[in-house]
Design a protein around this ligand. Structure first.
Ligand code: NDP
Length: 331
């Protein structure tokens, strides 16, 4: 039986084109588990995979969608049986392997995580890779000593996916959250997620050439990098950590100096969601179910369908998507 999928093709001039088409399970790649996808979402990487590819997609035609949640339909692996609710993020699904922008996906059992108690498949995709990564960042900061009451925790790229979820989790855990945004019109949205301070992007995106600045932040979840990260490192309190998640502002850490590391013992913690070991994935999803208020999660969500994806993919690459998109692949 045929079903809908967003198919990306590349023409001879290297231009890509995405549209919803009908495919069958015979078209899907070989793997152990067939999942009836219920929801997917739009991450920055999805924007790249729907559009230019950016070296992430190796073969066309391609089905993007770096994450999804749904119900197992068939499984040749004993860990999963028909009817199990599952969530998938990472493992280069939606890049090297066909992903979640289809009503069905066939994937390796190793890549799946059982949906944690208390979360629906829709909520799991309201969280998605962005929110899962935000939780990994918060866990890394906690593992390096962050405790509520230590001072404001900075979240950069706050109105984006990672930033919105990080803001909501940190505020729920009792931290004072300072949200950095280039979109002042999103101040009320960010305060609704629990931010107590809004920091304009322009306050932080230029280097001062100073070796250190006043000790201000007790922790930081950084989705931006670029000049902002170079500057923020100099403003960290003694012995604190920055969880480096993304590169929305550029891949280099411009203006970065060694001084915060050797004079203030600041840590720069790298966060990767793609190759996370299974046990840590479980731990992160369980923490999400416990520490992310679902009403605040709902306030981040805009609903979408497969047909909306070419437009939303272009929007996220321009930094124009607020919070989290939930794609109902069966709508
Ligand atoms: P979004 O596009 O939703 O959010 C990024 C936010 O960054 C924007 O909303 C904007 O926030 C801010 N921003 C955009 N451009 C700039 C700029 N030039 N300078 C400063 N700020 C900027 O993306 P996600 O939240 O989904 O992802 C954020 C980053 O994290 C991406 O680079 C992504 O690739 C990476 N990522 C990494 C993962 C990992 O495993 N390490 C997993 C998931 C994502 P505002 O408007 O509030 O300023």
């Amino acid at each position: 039986m045929s079903f809908n999928a967003l198919i990306v093709e590349k023409d001879e001039d290297g231009k890509t084109h995405a549209e919803v088409r009908q495919i069958t399970t015979d078209d899907l790649p070989e793997a152990e588990v067939l999942v009836a996808v219920e929801y997917s979402t739009v991450n920055y990487k999805d924007g790249l995979c729907i559009g230019p590819g950016a070296g992430l997609v190796r073969h066309y035609p391609h089905v993007p969608g770096i994450d999804f949640a749904g119900t197992v339909e068939e499984s040749s692996d004993p860990r999963y049986k028909p009817g199990d609710k599952v969530v998938l993020t990472g493992w280069r699904v939606g890049e090297a392997h066909w992903g979640g922008y289809a009503q069905k996906a066939r994937v390796r059992a190793d890549w799946l995580v059982p949906l944690p108690e208390g979360l629906t498949t829709r909520q799991a995709m309201a969280v998605g890779t962005a929110g899962f990564t935000a939780m990994l960042a918060v866990m890394a900061l906690e593992d390096h000593g962050l405790k509520p009451g230590a001072g404001p925790v900075l979240v950069t790229g706050a109105a984006g996916g990672v930033g919105s979820v990080a803001t909501a989790i940190l505020a729920h855990l009792g931290h004072e959250v300072a949200a950095v945004t280039g979109r002042p019109e999103q101040a009320d949205y960010l305060k609704g997620l629990g931010a107590s301070q809004i920091v304009p992007r322009t306050d932080l995106n230029e280097d001062t050439r100073k070796p250190l600045e006043s000790e201000t932040w007790a922790g930081c979840v950084d989705a931006v990098a670029g000049a902002m990260l170079g500057r923020v490192l100099k403003q960290m309190k003694y012995g604190t950590s920055v969880a480096a998640v993304g590169l929305a502002g550029g891949a280099a850490i411009e203006g970065a100096l060694i001084t915060p590391f050797i004079l203030r013992g600041v840590n720069l913690l790298g966060i990767d969601s793609v190759m996370q070991p299974f046990d840590n994935r479980l731990r992160a999803w369980e923490r999400i179910a416990r520490d992310l208020p679902m009403d605040r999660l709902e306030s981040m969500v805009q609903p979408a369908t497969l047909a909306d994806l070419p437009r939303l993919g272009a929007d996220i690459l321009k930094g124009q998507v607020r919070g989290r998109v939930v794609v109902d692949v069966n709508a």
